[in-house]
Design a binder for this molecule. Sequence first.
Ligand code: ZN
Length: 100
Amino acid sequence: MSEPTSLLLGLEGLQVTSVSALPDRTRLVEVITCDPDAAACPSCGVVSTFVKDHSVTYPRDVRYGDDPIRLRWWKTRYRCRNDECDRATFTDRIREVPAR
Ligand SMILES: [Zn+2]
């Protein structure tokens, strides 16, 4: 089940937490990841529940209607708990918004 606002923006896997209008008509859309697969380690595929810290990224500009939209994406950094995996940490990611 997709979150409707994310679907509207073509960003399935992200959940909009708030929207605010900036003075230049840009809308600032705060999103978090809501895809359960996003917590899977990209190296070994083991899903991590060990949150290391959080970070904020600004993915490519998304347009909706005439006004530009600025995404502020609150990402989670996980620590991979698989002892046999070389990757120490990774951030959540979704297919629709590739990492830059
Ligand atoms: Zn791993």
